[in-house]
Ligand binder design. Structure first.
Ligand SMILES: Cc1cc2nc3c(=O)[nH]c(=O)nc-3n(C[C@H](O)[C@H](O)[C@H](O)COP(=O)(O)OP(=O)(O)OC[C@H]3O[C@@H](n4cnc5c(N)ncnc54)[C@H](O)[C@@H]3O)c2cc1C
Length: 370
């Protein structure tokens, strides 16, 4: 095995695999090291909603622009990955957000004011229009906002298809191979230490999700990423499948291509364990039955935990690490890492290829320096 690569990527979640894919499309070879299996972390546990309008702050221009770019990239990425052999199961189904109270309906209408300026055909649906679209939805729903250009993707399928397409483009993927440290010469990063031995690299990318903070042990830099545990469940009820993700403020239901309904999500700060809890399941079942009363008769399929990577200012960390040659980070996407993956990974790949980190400055680790 040649233990050298243009780029070494630490972490095989959506960020690591998408970065490898977009680097390979620019002719740059990389090796991706994953301590477990690809998508084992939050990327496989995700709800997979591709809906930036309610999840990415629209008043932060660089971040919101990146989110809209990512949304626009999804159809092409999905079609390219499918052509390469594995379907990521992306659906531009639209996303519906509904209100049960006048206060929440007012919140939705307020948001509709700026959303209408985006030229994305976002529209208000009254109670009857919501029920025409979703006949099994609760009669207590007062109305909602439908955004037709958003949708969802199956997180594990997206990761698998990136690995499949990346392999065809020459990326080397190593599962069950933990990275233990970074090799440096003065301020230059020259490789990594892995469970399979040392590996030289011209550039190292930390894409280790909530574990990226552990890099603080490897280099004298504080990488302020914290774990935020999330849980989701899968239900099945023959004859009932939402047409699109439906968000009821206290939880959302996401149709799956195989007929199951994903219900998400819980959020617990600073928790890193993989324990599925009874309380979380109870909360999510309540949210699902509030939206679709018939789901009280659904079959309980399974539950899963993922740990999101959070940052102090809720923005991801993307781009070169100041003070180091040959080291970049792509992490900290918290609850929006799936929808942000195409534009984020493509931008990082461009910055590595061109050596120009300036476009990513709003997301630089340097913003946390005193
Ligand atoms: C319940 C839930 C619902 C969500 N819903 C949505 C949603 O609807 N839409 C959305 O956009 N986002 C959603 N998210 C968030 C999204 O899933 C995450 O932001 C995204 O998956 C993070 O991807 P990542 O690649 O940064 O991290 P991860 O997926 O955690 O990948 C990091 C990988 O690095 C590996 N690793 C760590 N350290 C090492 C090491 N030293 N050596 C080798 N490998 C290492 C880990 O094993 C892991 O596989 C949700 C998350 C959860 C938990």
């Amino acid at each position: 095995m040649t233990k050298h690569s243009d780029v070494v990527i630490v972490g095989g979640g959506v960020m690591g695999c998408a970065t490898a894919y977009y680097l390979a499309r620019r002719g740059i070879t990389s090796s991706v090291f994953e301590q477990n299996t690809f998508g084992w972390g939050a990327s496989g546990a995700t709800a997979g909603v591709v809906g930036p309008l309610w999840h990415v702050p629209h008043d932060n221009e660089p971040y919101f622009e990146l989110a809209l770019k990512s949304l626009r990239m999804f159809p092409t990425l999905a079609s390219d990955l499918t052509d390469a052999g594995l379907d990521p199961q992306y659906r531009q189904s639209g996303v519906l957000k509904v209100a049960f109270t006048e206060e929440l309906a007012g919140t939705l209408r307020d948001d509709l004011a700026w959303q209408s300026d985006l030229d994305m055909a976002v529209e208000w649906l009254d109670a009857q229009e919501v029920s025409d679209r979703e006949p099994d939805i609760s009669p207590r729903v007062l109305g909602g906002v439908y955004s037709p250009q958003e949708g969802y993707v199956v997180g594990q399928s997206l990761v698998d298809s990136l690995v499949h397409a990346g392999t065809q483009l020459g990326v080397r993927f190593f599962d069950k191979t933990e990275v233990f440290g970074i090799e440096t010469e003065a301020s230059r990063v020259v490789g990594v230490r892995t469970a399979a031995g040392g590996f030289e690299a011209g550039h190292v990318v930390l894409a280790s999700g909530p574990w990226t903070g552990i890099a603080t042990r490897w280099i004298p830099e504080d990488v302020p990423i914290r774990p935020i545990k999330g849980q989701r469940i899968l239900l099945r009820l023959p004859g009932l499948l939402p047409r699109s993700p439906v968000d009821g403020f206290s939880g959302y239901c996401v149709p799956q291509p195989d007929g199951r309904i994903l219900v998400a999500a819980t959020r617990h700060e600073y928790e890193f364990d993989q324990v599925v809890t009874a309380g979380a399941i109870a909360d999510m079942i309540k949210a699902a039955v509030d939206l679709y009363p018939k789901l009280k008769d659904a079959q309980f399929d399974s539950a899963r935990v993922g740990v999101r990577p959070g940052t102090p200012d809720d923005l991801p960390i993307i781009g070169p690490v100041p003070g180091w040659d040959g080291l970049s980070i792509i992490a900290g996407h918290d609850a929006v890492g799936i929808m942000m993956a195409p534009a984020t990974a493509d931008s990082l790949a461009e910055s590595i290829a061109s050596g120009d980190g300036v476009p990513l400055e709003p997301f630089s680790l340097g913003r946390f320096s005193p």
